[in-house]
Design a binder for this molecule. Structure first.
Ligand SMILES: *Cc1c(COP(=O)(O)O)cnc(C)c1O
Length: 403
C-alpha cells in the first residue's frame, strides 16, 4: 500500500461514515449527533496544548486560553447539574468511574451496583474490567415480576454487605433511579451514594429527569450520549470531595487533559441551557415512550412494561420468537442500527440475548418526531414478524447443549 493510498483510504472511510450517519436509521441508545460548534472545538488546535494540572495551576506555560475554556466548562457543569464541584477532564465514562473509585476507596473495598446482566455497565464491577479486579463488587437485582429495581432487596443487601459506595445508574435499565430512596439506604450504612448517569445526563440537564443533587454525593457521566457533546466524561460532586477528585483525576489516573474536548464540553453544556435542547429531550422521551407503547398495544413484551427514558427494551424472543442477535442483523440489512441486549432473567445466552435496545436520541437530533418513530415501529414489527415465521430462533436450551 503506498502512502497516498493510505491517506485516501482513511479519508474515504471518514466520508463513508459521515454518509452512513446521515442516511441510515440509528437507534443505538448510547449514540448521538453533536452540533457543528462541538465538532469544531473537538477538531481545533487546542488538541496540541499540554496543560497538566488545573486552571491557574498548570505544569506548562501558555495555558491562558485553555484555562479560560476549562473554567467556563467547570462553571457550566456545576450550573447544569446543580453541583458544588465539577471536574471536566475525564477522557471517558469508564475512566471517570475509575477515578471516583480510586479516589475514595482502597483495593478490596466493597461497592454495590446493579447486576451487570440486568442493565449495569462493565465499569460497575465486571470481572473482565479493572473495577471488578480491584474492588469487591456485590450487586442488587431487579424484581422478577416486573423487572424494576427491588429497593427493599437493595436495602437488605446493603445492610448485609456494608458497601463503601452505593452505585446507581445503568446502561440498559429503562427506568429512572430513586435517588432519595438510595440516599436513605446509603445513610443507614454510612456509604457514599454515587450516580453514574452516563445515559441519562441529557434528560437530567433538560429537567426531563429529576436532578441527582443534593441526594447523591458524586455523579459521573459521559458527555457524548444524551448530553449530545463530544466523546468524554465529567465528574460532579458535593464540595467535600473536591480535593480527592482533583488529585484522583490528575495525577491519580490521567496525564494531560484533552483541552480541545474540554472546550467542546463547554459548548455542549452551553447548548443544554437552550429551549431548543429542552424541547429536544422532551421529544426524545416522548418518542421512546410512544414507540414502547405501540409495541405493548400489539401484545409485544417491553421490559418493565414501558420506559422513563430515551430507550426501551423490546423482548424480541417473547414477542417474535427470534433472538436479539438475529433481529439486530436482520434490521441492519434494512439500514436500521440497533443493538441486541440481554433482558433481566434472560433465558438466552449473552451472545444471542432475547432483547433489542431501541433508543431515540440520535434520530431526534436528526429532526425526527414521534410520528416518524411510529411508522418505523410498524416497519420493524413487520420485519420481525416475517423473520420469526421464516427463521425462528432455536430454543435457549439448544444453545446450552451445543457448548
Ligand atoms: C457508556 C457508559 C459508561 C462508559 O462510558 P465510556 O465513555 O464508553 O467509557 C459508563 N457507565 C455507564 C452507565 C454507561 O452507560
Amino acid at each position: 500500500m503506498n502512502l497516498d493510498e493510505i491517506r485516501n483510504r482513511i479519508f474515504t472511510a471518514i466520508e463513508n461514515e459521515e454518509k452512513r450517519q446521515h442516511e441510515g436509521v440509528n437507534l443505538i441508545a448510547s449514540e448521538n449527533l453533536s452540533s457543528d460548534d462541538v465538532r469544531r472545538a473537538a477538531g481545533s488546535m487546542l488538541a496540541h496544548k499540554y496543560a497538566e494540572g488545573y486552571p491557574g495551576k498548570r505544569w506548562y506555560g501558555g495555558c491562558q486560553y485553555v484555562d479560560e475554556c476549562e473554567e467556563i466548562a467547570v462553571d457550566l457543569a456545576k450550573k447544569v447539574f446543580g453541583a458544588q464541584y465539577a471536574n471536566v477532564q475525564p477522557h471517558a465514562g469508564a475512566i471517570a468511574n475509575l477515578i471516583v473509585y480510586t479516589a475514595l476507596l482502597s483495593p478490596g473495598d466493597t461497592i454495590m451496583s446493579l447486576l451487570l446482566n440486568q442493565g449495569g455497565h462493565l465499569s460497575h464491577g465486571s470481572p473482565a474490567n479493572i473495577s471488578g479486579k480491584l474492588y469487591n463488587f456485590v450487586h442488587y437485582p431487579v424484581k422478577e415480576s416486573d423487572c424494576t429495581i427491588d429497593y427493599d432487596e437493595m436495602e437488605r443487601l446493603a445492610l448485609e454487605h456494608k458497601p463503601k459506595i452505593l452505585l446507581g445508574g445503568a446502561s440498559s435499565y429503562p427506568r429512572e433511579f430513586d435517588w432519595k430512596r438510595m440516599r436513605q439506604i446509603a445513610d443507614k450504612i454510612g456509604a457514599i451514594l454515587m450516580a453514574d448517569v452516563a445515559h441519562t445526563a441529557g434528560l437530567i440537564a433538560a429537567g426531563v429527569h429529576k436532578p441527582v443533587f443534593p441526594d447523591v454525593h458524586v455523579m459521573t457521566t459521559t458527555t457524548h450520549k444524551t448530553l449530545r457533546g463530544p466523546r468524554g466524561a465529567l465528574i460532579c460532586a458535593q464540595e467535600e470531595f473536591e480535593k480527592k477528585f482533583q488529585s484522583g483525576n490528575f495525577p491519580g489516573i490521567q496525564g494531560g487533559p484533552f483541552m480541545h474536548m474540554i472546550a467542546a464540553k463547554a459548548l455542549a453544556l452551553r447548548e443544554t441551557l437552550t429551549d431548543e435542547f429542552r424541547e429536544y429531550q422532551r421529544e426524545v422521551l416522548a418518542s421512546s415512550a410512544a414507540m414502547a407503547k405501540w409495541f405493548i398495544d400489539r401484545g409485544k413484551r417491553v421490559v418493565t412494561g414501558g420506559t422513563d427514558c430515551h430507550f426501551f427494551l423490546l423482548d424480541v424472543y417473547a414477542s417474535y420468537g427470534v433472538n436479539g442477535d438475529q433481529a439486530e442483523k436482520r434490521l441492519m440489512e434494512d439500514n436500521i442500527a440497533v443493538n441486541k441486549n440481554g433482558v433481566a432473567y434472560d433465558p438466552m445466552p449473552i451472545s444471542k440475548t432475547s432483547g433489542l435496545r431501541i433508543g431515540t436520541p440520535f434520530m431526534c437530533s436528526r429532526g425526527w418526531k414521534t410520528a416518524d418513530f411510529l411508522s418505523l415501529a410498524e416497519q420493524i414489527d413487520k420485519t420481525l414478524t416475517t423473520l420469526g415465521e421464516s427463521d425462528p430462533s432455536p430454543s435457549p436450551e439448544s444453545f446450552k447443549k451445543r457448548k
